[in-house]
Design a protein around this ligand. Structure first.
Ligand code: COA
Length: 326
């Protein structure tokens, strides 16, 4: 039976840091509040004119190098992003051009913070079905471009970055299961309302600040904990595993309190949960991608380990996948 395994990981974080102290100068907030309520200390900001495709490119170069795979050998490039360079062409097409990967077909996935898990699952299924053999999956976000820097309830939370994974076919270890879900009836909880076909960009949408993210943080918090617990349990049971089998849980990095609550309810000790939110904030689809890459770089993922990704975001969307590390 054919499966897919990850053979290379990469990340890119822009050099510019925005600390909580910097934010104190911009809105009515404090380092203490941000750390206590979210766990975030600083986040990175992409330089002007360099969007999500550029960061995706820098992360992908590293992932491909580590995989020992040349761009021209890629069959498929998937970029998960809610901050594409342009509405169209897709960010994946721009990435293809940066990489010089003429033999790949390319598309974006819009699944907010669950985008990387959606992308990995899509790549796995394409490989399992036999259509493609070598696939690049990237989570890349320039959230600073859609953040309202006058709104203290959101601007302290988000950051920019990218993470990339190269998947190839295998007959042995690799992806074991995936559980994805969505609930479009709760779209308003986390949304960028302006600039799309329903409310095209206009002076009015700009005046009303509709081209920025709007979030009902309190409501999201409760739903996020419940759904992330449920998603991890479902993907584990599909793989015929228990939470005690998990070597490393890589949760989406939206809020340290959400991560702690999820770990507690899953009965997974925090030593087996990867957390880097203090350094980067919430990078949407890039969060899981960067966390997976860093956990691997830190030597926390070894052969035969059971790694569980678990993400949740605006849509609503959620997803969890189980990988036996090859
Ligand atoms: C956003 C979030 C950090 C807010 O934390 P919270 O504990 O729920 O805080 P609340 O929104 O209830 O606000 C509490 C108070 O802090 C204030 N506050 C909000 N942001 C603040 C800030 N940056 N600095 C200082 N005070 C702030 C609020 O105005 C409120 O004041 P009030 O009680 O006088 O009205 C939290 O709800 C969260 O992380 N939600 C989920 C986010 C998420 O999952 N997002 C994306 C999914 S991918």
């Amino acid at each position: 039976m054919k499966s897919a395994k990850i053979v290379g990981l990469g990340k890119y974080l822009p050099a510019k840091r925005l600390t909580n102290k910097d934010l104190e100068q911009m809105v009515d907030t404090s380092d203490e509040w941000i750390k206590a309520r979210t766990g975030i200390k600083e986040r990175r900001i992409c330089s002007k004119g360099k969007g999500s495709s550029y960061m995706a490119y820098k992360a992908s170069e590293i992932a491909l190098e580590r995989a020992g795979i040349k761009p021209k050998d890629l069959d498929l490039i998937i970029v998960a992003t809610i901050t594409p360079d342009t509405q169209f062409p897709s960010t994946a097409c721009y990435l293809q051009d940066y990489l010089k990967a003429p033999n790949a077909c390319c598309f974006d996935i819009s699944a907010a913070c669950a985008g990387f898990v959606y992308g990995l699952t899509t790549a796995w299924q394409f490989i399992k079905g036999g259509l493609y053999k070598k696939v690049l999956v990237v989570g890349s976000e320039t959230l600073s471009a859609i953040t309202d820097w006058q709104d203290r309830s959101t601007c302290v939370l988000f950051g920019d970055g990218a993470g990339a994974a190269v998947l190839v076919d295998t007959k042995k270890e690799g992806f074991m299961s995936s559980y994805l879900g969505s609930d479009g009836s709760q779209a308003d909880i986390l949304i960028l309302p302006g600039g799309g076909s329903r409310q095209p960009a206009s002076y009015e949408t700009i005046d009303k600040r509709l081209h920025y993210m709007h979030m009902k943080g309190n409501e999201l918090f409760r739903i996020a904990v419940r759904i992330m617990v449920q998603a991890a349990k479902k993907s584990l049971s599909q793989a015929k595993l228990k939470t005690s089998d998990v070597s490393l849980l890589i949760p989406h990095q939206a809020n340290e309190r959400i991560i702690n609550a999820v770990a507690k309810r899953l009965d997974i000790p925090l030593e087996r949960v990867y957390v880097n939110i203090s350094r980067y904030g919430n990078m949407s689809s890039a969060s899981s991608a960067v966390a997976l890459c860093e956990a691997h770089e830190d030597g926390l993922i070894k052969k035969d380990n059971i790694v569980v990704l678990d993400a949740f975001g605006g849509g609503l969307v959620w997803g969890s996948c189980v990988v036996k590390w090859a």
